[in-house]
Design a protein around this ligand. Structure first.
Ligand code: PGA
Length: 252
C-alpha cells in the first residue's frame, strides 16, 4: 500500500495574505503521521508560504511551471527557481490550463521532464470531457494523455511522479464520479504506464490520485479503493475545517 497523499489546489481564489493565513491555520491544525499533505497556492505567495511551512511536515507545490530553467521567457516561472525557493511539487496540465491556455501534450511532456530534472515532483493531470465520456472514449483518452505526458521521460529511482485523474466535467461541479469509476480509470493509468516505465518504478515511485469535487462528505467512499493512492482537492481545500476533515478521513 502506498503512503496516501492529499494535495490542495487553491487555484486563483485567494489573495497572497489569505493564502498565508490559511497555511498558518493548517500548519497548526493538521496532525498526521501516515500521509503526505501538499498545499498549492498561487505563485505570489510561494516564497512566504515556504517560510511558513519550513518547520512543518506540510509540503509546498506550485500550480504551473515553464520547461526551461532560465532565459528570455516573459511571464514564465522557472522550475529551478521553484526548487530553490522551497517548492517540492508542481501541478502540470490541469484541464483548466489545457482548455483556457491551449496547453498541449507536447508542452506538458516538456514540463514533466523539466520538473524531474530539477527534483520537483510533477502532478500530471489527465481527464476526459463529458462528451468523450458519453462517446465511450474515456479509457482511450486517458491512455493517450498519460503516454503523451510521459513520452521519452527517463525516470530514476530517486524520482517521484503523481498522475491525477480529474474528469473534466466533475471539477468544481459538487458531484464527484462514482468511486468505482475513479478506481477503474486509475487502473487504466497504471496499465498505460506499464508500456513506458519499469514495473519497479510504477510500484515504488508513482502515485495515482483522484480529483474532482472531492469533499468531506464523499471522501470516505473513495478511501480503500485498490488503485487510488490519494486526492487532489480544489474547492473543499479553501476552508481549513473542511480540508482537515478530508485529511483525517483518508485511510487508504
Ligand atoms: P474541485 O477541483 O475539487 O473544486 O472539483 C479539483 C481540481 O481542479 O484540482
Amino acid at each position: 500500500m502506498k503512503r496516501p497523499i492529499i494535495i490542495a489546489n487553491w487555484k486563483m481564489n485567494l489573495s497572497p495574505q489569505e493564502e498565508v493565513n490559511l497555511a498558518k491555520i493548517l500548519r497548526k491544525k493538521i496532525k498526521f503521521e501516515d500521509k503526505d499533505v501538499v498545499l498549492c497556492p498561487s505563485f505570489l505567495s510561494l516564497v512566504e508560504m515556504a517560510d511558513v511551512l519550513k518547520k512543518s511536515r506540510i509540503k509546498l507545490g506550485a500550480q504551473n511551471v515553464f520547461w526551461e530553467n532560465i532565459g528570455a521567457y516573459t511571464g514564465e516561472i522557472s522550475p529551478k527557481i521553484l526548487k530553490d525557493i522551497g517548492c517540492a511539487y508542481v501541478i502540470i496540465g490541469h484541464s483548466e490550463r489545457r482548455r483556457n491556455l491551449i496547453e498541449t501534450s507536447e508542452m506538458i511532456n516538456k514540463k514533466v521532464n523539466a520538473c524531474l530534472d530539477n527534483q520537483l515532483v510533477p502532478i500530471v493531470c489527465v481527464g476526459e470531457t463529458f462528451e468523450e465520456r458519453q462517446l465511450g472514449q474515456t479509457d482511450n483518452v486517458i491512455y493517450h494523455q498519460v503516454t503523451a505526458a510521459m513520452a521519452g521521460i527517463d525516470v530514476v529511482a530517486s524520482d517521484q511522479i503523481i498522475i491525477a485523474y480529474e474528469p473534466v466535467w466533475v471539477i468544481g461541479s459538487g458531484q464527484a464520479v462514482a468511486p468505482a469509476d475513479a478506481d477503474h480509470v486509475s487502473k487504466i493509468i497504471r496499465q498505460a504506464l506499464i508500456d513506458i516505465l519499469p514495473t519497479s518504478i510504477i510500484n515504488n515511485n508513482v502515485h495515482v490520485i483522484y480529483g474532482g469535487s472531492v469533499d468531506e462528505k464523499n471522501i470516505k467512499s473513495f478511501s480503500r479503493l485498490q488503485y487510488v493512492d490519494g486526492f487532489l482537492v480544489g474547492g473543499a481545500s479553501l476552508d481549513a475545517d473542511r480540508f482537515e476533515n478530508i485529511i483525517n478521513q483518508v485511510n487508504l
